[in-house]
Design a protein around this ligand. Structure first.
Ligand code: F6P
Length: 565
């Protein structure tokens, strides 16, 4: 384990010569406009990458060839290659938790070897995957049935954060993919994440408990929301089907198999993973593969794993100038740390990818929203990005106004060449998918070029409207095109985003794999829980001596009194 002390000052990213050079370089880039940069064909050719079937156009980033050279220098000086190698070779790069970071092992091919603490973990990964295949096949073909003998066609996956967002993203991506649709006919997968009783009611609404299988997903098996929801659903099952229901209707995914057993779930129906898989990086472990294989079958999930593995190999082996996660990660560093763009918009022009932004919000913001570097030194610059997004074209009718004429927000457009679905209305000039993609192509240029006063004048726009209708342009974006939206390409896309986030953390020299920032709120909620419970059982108010300030005391009392006005 690497221990460090703030008294032994270590070099920070911002002290590297390339960081300084990039800072100075900003004025040169500020003097350019994307309108002109896009007319330099050689620059454009160099900024378009085609790799692993994925087409990435970086020409609308506010960069010159010099910017890229300086970013490669920064990568070298930050030891990026060594850090990537350290991750893949199972070093404990998550130093504050003394853990390896090996989500890549969860999608390793059977013939790969990945060593953690002297042990090849790939056989363990495949032991769990084989168990998932065996179990999900039996559920899907009706060999494993509920207590009353009915097939288990409805699945409720209970989990939150990384034990929810990744599986939800992949489920949403596959729902309308033709092979996945065929494989999931007559089956239902729902998620229960929030401890809000409304979410419980919605998740269980209309379900027949006799046909319902509940998957409790929690790395720690201690997360308050998940465990309360698991107890609630357990009692829903027991009330309707009797005490034996748990054995046949509840299964679990966790690293804490002892607590799973204590909860009453048959250890045979528990699917493990390992502390070297971070929660937000766990969708390729049993966390995602179990519920998704119940819905779509194991073969489709194997394609998803193969896609993620393809991007892992690309990230590990490709030189930086051709390495998609490295390039995209370096450009994000440029945008955040040098150009001062603190947010980014993730804009898939594909409804199936509508849960990409919420998933990446957790992966990115929980990973890179840090205040100190890996050595515990307070950072003199901000890390992380504020991520948000909606599928196009919906977003265009919502927040694009701000993106076009308000703040500068680098945009990531994701388009699909062949849609999962085709609708072509006779008599229409273009299909629905063509229409969608027309917008995908148009938005990137609208942001880059903008519209000048001169153009508006030549269109006879009245003077008083000109300031309102000017678009400054010069707003950066990148465009990613996937050949299709299948289990395989969704796996590639997921790993592309995971690794670009790691690249950013490696350059900023932070620990992207811990999440101490979520702890304080959890501890305070537990204090509120104790005081609320004691006030309720003694039928009294929360008192000033209970340890809360005036504001919190008054709010809790208002809630306890049930006051609505
Ligand atoms: O909210 C923080 C967090 O620890 C996430 O990192 C994690 O994905 C989530 O809670 C759920 O944790 P668990 O899988 O242990 O229930």
């Amino acid at each position: 384990m690497i221990h460090s002390s703030t008294s032994n000052k270590k070099t920070m990213a911002s002290e590297l010569p390339a960081w300084q050079a990039l800072k100075e370089h900003v004025t040169e880039v500020d003097a350019t406009h994307l309108r002109d940069l896009l007319h330099d064909d050689q620059r454009c050719m160099d900024l378009i990458k085609e790799s692993e079937g994925i087409y990435v156009d970086l020409t609308r980033q506010r960069v010159t060839p010099k910017t890229l050279d300086l970013l490669y220098d920064l990568a070298d000086q930050a030891g990026l290659k060594n850090k990537i190698n350290a991750m893949f070779s199972g070093e404990h790069i998550n130093s504050t938790e003394d853990r390896a970071v090996l989500h890549v092992a969860t999608r390793a091919r059977r013939d790969q070897k990945i060593i953690v603490d002297g042990k090849d973990v790939v056989p363990d990964v495949w032991e769990v995957l084989d168990k998932i295949k065996n179990f999900t096949d039996k559920v899907r073909n009706g060999q494993f049935v509920g207590v009353t003998g009915k097939p288990l066609k409805k699945v409720v996956a209970i989990g939150i954060g990384g034990s929810f967002l990744g599986p939800l993203f992949v489920h949403t991506a596959l729902r309308t993919e033709p092979n996945a649709m065929r494989a999931s006919r007559d089956r239902t997968l729902r998620f229960l994440a929030n401890v809000d009783p409304i979410d419980v009611a919605r998740a269980l609404d209309g379900l027949d408990p006799e046909e319902t299988l509940v998957v409790v997903i929690s790395k720690t098996f201690t997360t308050a929301e998940t465990m309360l929801n698991a107890r609630t659903v357990r009692s829903w099952l027991i009330e309707r089907l009797g005490a034996n229901a748990v054995e046949k209707h509840m299964v679990a995914v966790s690293t804490n198999l002892k607590l799973v057993k204590e909860f009453g779930i048959d250890p045979e129906n528990a699917f493990g993973f390992w502390d070297w898989v971070g929660g937000r990086y766990s969708v390729c472990s049993a966390v995602g593969i179990l519920p998704l294989a119940l819905q779509y079958g194991f073969d489709i999930m194997q394609e998803f794993l193969a896609g993620a593995n393809n991007m892992d190999e690309h990230f590990k082996n490709q030189p930086f100038y051709n390495n998609l996660p490295v390039l995209i990660g370096l450009l994000s560093i440029w945008n955040v740390s040098f150009m001062g763009y603190g947010a980014k918009a993730i804009l898939p022009y594909c409804q199936a990818l509508s849960k990409l932004a919420p998933h990446i919000q957790q992966v990115d913001m929980e990973s890179n929203g840090k205040g100190v570097d890996i050595n515990g030194q307070r950072l003199p610059f901000e890390t992380g990005e504020i991520d948000f997004g909606e599928p196009g074209t919906n977003g265009q009718h919502s927040f694009y106004q701000l993106i076009h004429q308000g703040r500068v927000v680098p945009c990531e457009f994701i388009g699909i060449v062949r849609s999962q679905q085709s609708v072509y209305l006779k008599g229409e000039v273009v299909s629905n998918h063509d229409e969608l993609m027309c917008n995908f192509f148009a938005q990137a240029d609208a942001l880059a070029y903008g519209k000048t006063q001169e153009q508006l004048r030549s269109e006879n726009v009245p003077d008083y409207l000109i300031p309102h209708r000017v678009f400054t342009g010069n707003r950066p974006s990148m465009s990613i095109m996937l050949p299709s939206c299948t289990a395989y390409t969704v796996g590639q896309l997921l790993a592309l985003y995971e690794h670009r986030i790691a690249v950013q953390g490696f350059i900023w020299n932070i620990n992207s794999f811990d999440q101490w920032g979520v702890e304080l709120g959890k501890v305070l909620a537990s204090k509120v829980r104790t005081v609320m419970n004691s006030a309720r059982t003694r039928d009294r108010k929360v008192l000033p001596g209970d340890g809360f300030n005036y504001s919190t005391t008054r709010m809790i009392n208002r809630y306890l009194e049930g006051k609505t006005q």
